[in-house]
Design a protein around this ligand. Structure first.
Ligand code: F0G
Length: 452
């Protein structure tokens, strides 16, 4: 059973169906409270494993709970929303994202055992779907008439899609001129009422929170504890993919700090329930122009910093992260680290991930730039098992891609410029010959680039 919600700061208890997103007494953030599942350790692992191996579309037609098992979120429902009725659940399904190894990326980072958990493989192309399936399910359970969010783009695309699925109106507030093209296009196409706000993300979030309180719409931002409950499954799923052997490190990009909070909660529970024996360390990576959490970390969290955010990684262009206090606890509990990386390092890392055939959006590449930085400083050791989370799909931000690959003043190191030709075979032949020559010059056997 979900027994209720509790304020992280002062312990005030609220009912499970209360739609307040902050503690009415002290303004602190709320967490869901559950009865612990009946099983622990091996038995609980076996339950999750059995669901993974039987879930299929055919099963879904036969059994009522099978659609839940087919979701990489609802498969872990005892740790997400144990008492959700299958009929209420708004699922695509989502999750089931791959854990990838690419030698070229590992080599660039200097981390031999680097894996990438690609959350861009979710239905709307980002990890947000994992939290949104739970938040929109809860919105339906409390009979909300509409749902709203502020967003740098991915949350809005995700809310728009899940609200469309639920037949519920969605209202999204996005900062003017700061949302990547793919995300804005998705949000419009899925049918959300889209408000382009003259202000930054932090202003959008203040406005969305006010609208939720005064206009009785359901707030689907990551301060919503149901969002966090869903996002825990990124960690649960990657642990399951590793046969429940915890990695040494989990590295993720950090903006509003909802995901950092969710990862901490998942690891805490996984450890308490005996799903894993050791605690991975979390590394939260910010863009240097939007790094208030990294500044606070360097201060030993004595002071909560805020900044006017500016970065090419628009998904994490956030200056006053809402889940700050929760994320501080997570970094402390996991002996974690917080760092920032420059936009140039992010775009370099992105070009490496893209050229490996995997691809990701700019904010996601902060994970990879972060791993390289931590290895170079000896914080991550070469042989450590590292899972870097890629949070969004390569096509989320086509604008930055084309800018990078077409830039001539000067061309970035990994730019792959398109070549315009006349419609003649000889022109194709010339390009092919020069491509072969540069490969020989580099002495990279073509077949060996990624699969060593
Ligand atoms: N990566 C991507 C691709 C994101 O879209 C976000 C956040 C983050 C990382 C950071 O996660 O905020 O939990 O620390 N995007 C939000 C949005 C803010 O509105 O889509 P966080």
């Amino acid at each position: 059973m979900t027994t209720g919600q509790r304020c992280d700061d002062c312990g005030t208890e609220l009912g499970a169906r209360d739609t307040a997103m902050r503690c009415p007494k002290c303004g602190g953030l709320l967490s869901l409270r559950y009865d612990a599942p009946a099983e622990r350790g091996q038995a609980l692992r076996a339950r999750f494993d059995a669901r993974r191996s039987t879930a299929s579309t055919v099963d879904a037609l036969k059994h009522q709970t099978a659609p839940l098992d087919a979701s990489g979120v609802w498969r872990y429902r005892e740790l997400v929303l144990p008492d959700a009725d299958a009929a209420d659940v708004v699922t695509h399904p989502e999750g089931n994202t791959p854990l990838l190894r690419r030698a070229s990326v590992a080599e660039w980072c200097g981390a031999d055992a680097l894996l990438m958990k690609h959350e861009g493989a979710n239905p709307t192309g980002s990890f947000k779907d994992r939290g949104m399936t739970v938040a929109v399910t809860q919105a339906r359970r409390v009979n909300a008439s509409a749902a709203a969010c502020a967003s740098t783009g991915n949350t809005s695309a995700s809310l728009a899609a899940y609200a469309a699925h639920a037949g519920m109106p969605a209202l999204v507030l996005v900062p003017s001129g700061q949302v990547a093209l793919g995300k804005l296009a998705q949000t419009l196409a899925y049918g959300a009422h889209t408000l382009i706000v003259r202000g930054d993300f932090d202003a959008c979030l203040r406005l969305a929170s006010e609208a939720a309180e005064r206009l009785a719409v359901y707030l689907a931002n990551s301060i919503n504890p149901y969002r966090i409950a869903g996002q825990k499954t990124i960690v649960l799923e990657l642990l399951q993919q590793l046969d429940w052997r915890a990695p040494d490190w989990i590295v993720l990009p950090a903006g509003n700090l909802g995901n950092t909070s969710a990862f901490g909660a998942a690891l805490h529970e996984a450890r308490e329930l005996g799903l894993i024996d050791t605690m991975p360390r979390i590394a939260a990576v910010q863009a240097s122009g939007a790094a208030p959490f990294a500044a606070s970390y360097r201060d030993n969290f004595r002071e909560r910093h805020t900044v006017r955010a500016e970065t090419a990684a628009t998904a994490i262009r956030i200056g006053d992260p809402a889940s700050y206090s929760r994320a501080v606890r997570v970094i402390r509990e996991t002996n974690g680290v917080v760092l920032d990386v420059s936009d140039a390092a992010i775009l370099d890392a992105k070009a490496v991930v893209d050229a490996s055939g995997v691809g990701c959006e700019p904010a996601s590449a902060a994970s990879i730039a972060g791993v390289r930085d931590l290895v170079s400083r000896g914080v991550i050791r070469r042989g450590d098992v590292v899972v870097a989370v890629l949070t969004g799909h390569i096509l989320k931000d086509p604008g930055i891609l084309l800018q990078y690959h077409r830039e001539t003043q000067p061309p970035p190191a990994r730019a792959n410029r398109p070549i315009e030709i006349d419609a003649e075979l000889s022109a194709v032949e010339r390009v092919l010959a020069s491509a072969r020559k540069s490969e020989t010059d580099l002495q990279i056997p073509r077949y060996a680039r990624n699969d060593r």
